[in-house]
Design a protein around this ligand. Structure first.
Ligand code: TTP
Ligand code: CA
Length: 393
């Protein structure tokens, strides 16, 4: 059975909250971000400012040059967060299957509630009306039978509208064909350049492509992904947010320890356990945290973001050891622990594969997964890894 998926995305979110709360800003170019006389960038801007060419992530100075009449406002995350919480409450009234994507964006699978609320167009309009009534903010909704198409549809719906992807196959293929390859999910700067240099400029070039040529260019998995998308196919399901907030593991020593090498080794073992639980649940982590309890029971934690989301043991070891190395051993250690937080589902795995900058991470992940598989079969002590940090070292 085909599913009914909605992608909802608030319009100019931070700027819309500002315009809502200060009526004198309505209808005017509003830029939320750094002031124009400082270094820093635009977080977002109202559609009135977009007409002047202002965009997210542009230096505020440049934004000022393009649109000197704009009102600049510093972000007030707390207010945006509050609005976000209320938006998600509204969404949850319409379907139990809501997958948050960011502060102002979500997928809804409404296949199971069609009898209750009517067809997807009807649900989209009820939903937008309710957000208007409760929050006085504009939202756009895309409708399709999968996530990829629903997201494209919401872009077409903007601002403050609804767009449903054509159901007729020919019409859909035609619409997709006219898009640039860079608009496809998972195609970043690097892949786009490679595709374009090989003559794949439009999605229609992918639709017509000789599969083996594409495979030679980008590998089997990415080629399959691109071809599927070019025909509007995407089998990802709408998934509930990750319930588990963190994964951690700690150990208390029989006797307090002051030998740093010993502590490093203990930390590495804990990292591997955390990593293997992370992979077993199909999750990736953004943050690494260590915990140290000194002999006097004083306890500290230190944390830092990974450079990108990870799920391999080596990255966890690397950052955990680094955090630990910054701490002076002011007394002996009673307990040491490591954890990962800000967990997300490992759903873009195949996409990372192709991005050059992620090759090293991929290698690390592969080694970690191989170790998991061997341990599964032969027991935990089948492989001792020592304290190497990277599979290539
Ligand atoms: P987006 O949904 O990308 O943008 P938007 O809601 O402002 O505009 P629209 O969807 O109508 O195109 O991002 C949501 C919020 O996230 C945005 O209001 C501000 C913030 N944001 C940043 O802080 N920096 C950025 O580079 C981007 C893209 C967004
Ligand atoms: Ca948005």
């Amino acid at each position: 059975m085909r599913r009914s998926i909605l992608h909802i995305d608030m319009d100019a979110f931070y700027a819309a909250v500002e315009q809502r709360d200060n009526p004198s800003l309505r209808g005017r170019p509003v830029i939320v971000g750094s002031p124009p006389d400082r270094r820093g960038v635009v977080a977002t801007c109202s559609y009135e400012a977009r007409r002047f060419g202002v965009r997210s992530a542009m230096p505020s100075r440049e934004a000022f040059r393009l649109c000197p009449t704009a009102v600049f406002i510093k972000p007030d995350m707390q207010r945006y967060q509050e609005a976000s919480v209320r938006i998600f409450k509204v969404l949850e009234c319409f379907s139990p299957l809501v997958e948050p994507i960011s502060i102002d964006e979500a997928f809804l699978d409404v296949s199971g509630v069609l009898r209750l609320f009517g067809n997807p167009e009807n649900i989209a309009s009820l939903l937008r009306r309710q957000i208007r009534a409760e929050l006085d903010l504009p939202a756009s909704v895309g409708i399709a039978h999968n996530k990829f198409l629903a997201k494209l549809a919401s872009e077409k719906a903007k601002p403050d509208g609804v767009f449903k992807m054509p159901e007729q196959r020919e019409q859909l293929i035609d619409l997709l064909g006219r898009m640039g390859v860079g608009e496809l999910w998972g195609v970043g700067k690097v892949s786009r350049r490679i595709l374009e240099q090989a003559g794949f400029l439009k999605v229609s070039d992918l639709q017509r492509s000789d599969r083996s040529r594409l495979v030679k260019l980008v590998g089997e998995r990415f080629a399959a992904h691109l071809i599927n998308l070019s025909f509007g196919e995407d089998s990802r399901e709408v998934e509930l947010p990750v319930a588990e907030k963190s994964i951690s593991k700690e150990t208390t020593f029989d006797e307090d320890v002051d030998n740093r090498q010993f502590l490093n080794a203990a930390l590495c073992d804990l990292c591997d356990e955390v990593g293997s639980r992370l992979r077993a649940q199909g999750l990736m982590a953004h943050v690494c945290r260590i915990k140290i309890r000194w002999s006097d029971f004083n306890t500290i934690t230190r944390q830092q973001h990974f450079l990108s989301e990870i799920c391999d043991d080596f990255s966890i070891r690397e950052l955990a050891l680094e955090l630990f190395s910054r701490e002076k051993l002011r007394s002996s250690v009673r307990l040491i622990g490591v954890g990962v937080t800000e967990l997300v589902r490992d759903q873009d795995e195949q996409m990372l594969l192709f991005q050059e900058e992620n090759q090293e991470l991929k290698k690390r992940e592969k080694v970690s997964r191989t170790v998991d598989a061997i341990r599964d079969k032969l027991g935990d002590n089948a492989i001792m890894r020592g304290s190497r940090l990277s599979p290539g070292d």
